[in-house]
Ligand binder design. Sequence first.
Ligand SMILES: Cc1ncc(C[n+]2csc(CCOP(=O)(O)OP(=O)(O)O)c2C)c(N)n1
Ligand SMILES: [Mg+2]
Length: 367
Amino acid sequence: MAIVPAGLIFAVRIFKNSDMATTTKSKPAKNSKTASKAKPSFSKETYLFWYESMLLMRKFEEKAGQLYGMQKIRGFCHLYIGQEACVAGAVTALTKDDKWITAYRDHAHPLALGTNPNAVMAELYGKETGISKGKGGSMHIFDKNVNFFGGHGIVGGQVPLGAGIAFAEKYNKTGNLCICYMGDGAVRQGAFHEALNLAMLWKLPVIFVIENNGYAMGTSVKRTSNVTDLYTLGEAFDMPSFPVDGMKPEAVHDAVAKAAERARAGDGPTLLEFRTYRYKGHSMSDPQKYRTKEEVEEYKAMDPIETVKETILKNKFATQKDLDKIDEKIVKQVEESVKFSEESNFPDPQEAMTDIYEQRDYPFVID
Ligand SMILES: Cc1ncc(C[n+]2csc(CCOP(=O)(O)OP(=O)(O)O)c2C)c(N)n1
Ligand SMILES: [Mg+2]
């Protein structure tokens, strides 16, 4: 049975929805690892995909952090480091035609879906070769080719949008679904509750995912509401709602696969609370006075990349040498994305006037 990460910031309680394989009723031993499980229930290919995908997210963002320090990247930049399993596990549970949407902590999702790292890095640089033509920056990565709908800076703003995308899928009878990520801060927004209500009423094919990393900027979950088991918020709408160990791609995959099954069967949405942790600050300038170094270290000891690596080695899915080769490949890929961005041009100032929605008959604008 998978387990919930150590209960430093999350109150673990007996869950009502105990029918989900990915949830637990007990608090884990500190630093427990998936690698110690006897037989993995996922294939070698899946583990290697998770390893490579999470390593790309990690190395890409470590580099982005350095480049920010060098002022090559400016503006906002929110790193996903520590949270990688929340995306990797979902990618293997869904199809290529499913739609994705998230908040501003948005580099990892498109990278895992197959967006070219060059185009993501160039976007961080604000270059014309960026995935949003250098006009969006870190918070506004979009890639239609991989069905990634952004990249949204208004906390909770993407939640009704995600429900809307799911509405379109249902209306067009595509059989696809939308997975809609948000932070723990977003669930305190009215839009979250309104979107969940209608999504459940209309049985929309949407998976709402709360990436509960314990904090909204410097404000801990328990300082924002009496309700700290965030998945229970879905129960107000009779929505199947579950907590998931967000440090383990296995648990994420299982939970998303079940939710996807429900959505595709026409049974509507599911709310999943991925319990995870970000190792870095909220954004690039965060003194992190709201948490202790020990807390960060405790989560680092459950690092998803390390545990997946241990599982791979223990089960002889690959040798250390094979993994070193993957590491080298990823480092090169990231270096190449920096070179590509450095050599690209900034957009022409005229570009600021393109890709803008304009309603010509808007009554209050008179030339
Ligand atoms: C509507 C709105 N209010 C406030 C902000 C300022 N703000 C930016 S990020 C953030 C914290 C959100 O935290 P959470 O949803 O937990 O996401 P995380 O950063 O942890 O991924 C806030 C309050 C905003 N962008 N939008
Ligand atoms: Mg948060």
